[in-house]
Design a protein around this ligand. Sequence first.
Ligand code: ATP
Ligand code: MG
Length: 277
Amino acid sequence: MTQDSQTKIAKVFCIANQKGGVGKTTTAINLAAALVMQRQRVLLIDLDPQGNATMGSGVDKNTENANLYHVLIGEADIAQARVKSPTGQYDVLPANRELSGAEIDLVQMDDREQQLKNAIQTVISEYDFILIDCPPTLSLLTLNGLAGAHGVIIPMQCEYFALEGLSDLVNTIKRVHRNINPDLQLIGLLRVMFDSRVTLQQQVSAQIERHFGDKVFKAVVPRNVRLAEAPSHGMPGTVYDKSSRGAKAYIEFAKELVKRVKQDAKNKTVQNEPSHT
Ligand code: ATP
Ligand code: MG
């Protein structure tokens, strides 16, 4: 039996891409809310000092309450700092600008890249999915995310330099896998802000499929203004307008991800079963 089937623990996934503005936070928020619709228990960790995932979940980032910064420096537990998104109905571990100071505190610690992982272990059996919204850097914060995760989901736009930009991230994932976290896998690539009328986007999309094969999610998120409007209302797009094309795509993505995780668990169980011959 695998460890997962003995005590069910959350799948921990980073939403990462070192490029800025590619749709990481939009993916984290909408995936979290769409997974809740699939009756999954979800914690969204905001690992970005911009605090966009916090605000976009309808949670005020500028309160006196504990947040991820306090968790990383050991002043609070996740159980104390998390709050429920009033709109998305998932739990949020909030962040704000204080988090940028964590880099300096972390550098002085032993196990500096393991702090988030250690904190996650205290709540990992309470969730089905823990999603980490990474900042657009390959910093010590992002390293904490990668060190604490089972896998990485990469949202990407189908632009001319998309594949070149990916190689840095894929190499970082390989390095973390080798040196810090042997559990870490590339879960998949999600095409976002897709405009099927643009020939170049179709071509790049086809190129990504050729290059990454079944690591490319079938769900494709279109460019959709409702997804862009939702954060200013503190809502996931899937709640703000669940019949919009953007919301429907994220709901499809959540279903695909749940299916993929179940299938992976089944494959692992089969591999680990003792042979009868
Ligand atoms: P950062 O690197 O700064 O953290 P990010 O990768 O998290 O950025 P988002 O904040 O999710 O990117 O998205 C960047 C902008 O694009 C936002 O204004 C967001 O509302 C918009 N956006 C994201 N996805 C879509 C979409 N599918 N359709 C239309 N607009 C979108
Ligand atoms: Mg972001």
